[in-house]
Write a new protein. Structure first.
Length: 392
């Protein structure tokens, strides 16, 4: 951590050059005596990445930024705030602290937060930024999380872990056993220090496989932001052996879409199939990830267009955790019916359909955008159809 970067002149240069050509900055002769052009570029690139993801850090003067990869891998403010709603008690250990976004928001709810980070530079940066942000109840430790835990005589109400999901070749890994640290082999140590563990995993992790591998899963939170799944959060509770609750949450700009259920509810549900009616409903991304395809219809009294077409319909409009549309036309999928959309603008979605969105656009020369939404799907008779709809 080069503290010369915090000098007023350097900070002003960084703020004034957020939209500058990076190569022009990089190739310039060093402007400041103790700060290289490479360091300036790092600060500029990392700060730019924080504008939407970490607005508090972006707008706070004299924040020190790590490499942009650390910004890419950290939680966003909106997901960190959500995680802080899950944990309760007086103490939490952030075992893989990183840039410290989660620790900061835990500190808003918990009396004492222990932030542990193995990288020396990142540990220094996060400690400094906590001071700038006024987070006085965060204790900082530069250590390996597992080593810290094994040597500590403290008990925590919660342990939070955001494992690295990259291998030595910097490639992304999917299976829990390939995460670093691998908590599947250290669960006894973790539970000896806390009864509650909050584990963050990649959105691609299969829910059934995760439950089978982790065990003691009390809740799974599928967290989407503006209809894109960002995180899976696993609450492991020491000794818990009951059916876990799956919580789906879509964090939108002005509201939240929430749908909670237990896994056995889905297995005990049945779908009612139907032809398209007046309204069409598309579940949000967190719901689709949950796999509650039969239960969605049952809870909201909706009918499905096909057993494997996860689109729902009704004659009466309902509030629904996902996108909602008014159906104007139902057409069979063929060249004749598609001719009317050639060279027109339309938003296209496919569900249980043999062709991709790009293929349909190319074949019929349909431009992206506009107020028309076309849904291509397989109907009850296993024939290809499409709907012409308008978003509500």
């Amino acid at each position: 951590m080069n503290k010369n970067i915090l000098h007023t002149g350097v900070q002003n240069f960084i703020s004034e050059n957020l939209n500058a050509d990076i190569m022009s900055v990089l190739l310039r002769k060093d402007i400041f005596e103790h700060v290289s052009s490479k360091e300036l570029v790092q600060q500029i690139e990392s700060k730019k990445k924080c504008k939407k993801k970490l607005p508090l850090w972006f707008k706070t003067p004299k924040i020190y930024y790590p490499e942009k990869l650390n910004i890419e891998q950290t939680s966003s403010e909106i997901t960190a705030q959500y995680k802080a709603e899950i944990v309760k008690g007086k103490s939490v250990l952030d075992m893989t602290g990183g840039f410290g976004i989660d620790s900061y928001y835990f500190s808003k709810k918990i009396d004492t937060v222990s932030h542990v980070e193995i990288d020396v530079n990142l540990a220094q940066i996060s400690k400094y930024n906590f001071e700038v942000l006024g987070a006085k109840n965060i204790q900082n430790f530069n250590a390996d999380g597992l080593s810290f835990l094994s040597q500590s005589d403290k008990q925590f109400d919660w342990i939070y872990i955001d494992p690295s999901r990259r291998n030595l070749k910097k490639g992304k890994v999917v299976f829990l056993e390939d995460y670093t640290p691998n908590i599947t082999t250290h669960k006894d140590l973790l539970f000896s220090k806390a009864d509650n563990i909050l584990l963050k995993t990649a959105p691609l992790l299969d829910l059934s496989a995760g439950m089978k591998t982790l065990k003691h899963v009390k809740e799974i939170h599928i967290v989407a932001v503006n209809n894109e799944v960002k995180e899976l959060l696993w609450w492991l509770n020491n000794g818990f052996m009951e059916e876990p609750i799956i919580k789906t949450i879509n964090l939108k700009t002005n509201c939240r879409e929430i749908f909670d259920f237990k896994t056995n509810e889905e297995s005990q549900s049945a779908s009612i199939l139907s032809k398209p009616k007046k309204y069409l409903y598309e579940p949000n991304a967190s719901l689709l990830k949950s796999g509650a395809f039969k239960l969605i219809g049952q809870r909201f009294k909706l009918e499905k267009l096909h057993q494997h077409t996860h689109l729902y319909t009704s004659d009466q409009y309902i509030d629904f955790p996902g996108r909602r549309f008014l159906i104007s036309h139902v057409h069979p999928y063929n060249k004749s019916t598609m001719r009317a959309f050639a060279f027109q603008k339309a938003n296209i979605t496919t569900r249980n359909f043999p062709e991709s969105v790009s293929s349909i656009r190319k074949k019929f020369k349909i431009k992206n955008g506009g107020d028309t939404y076309l849904f291509f799907f397989k109907n009850l008779e296993n024939r290809n159809q499409f709907l012409v709809t308008q978003k509500i």
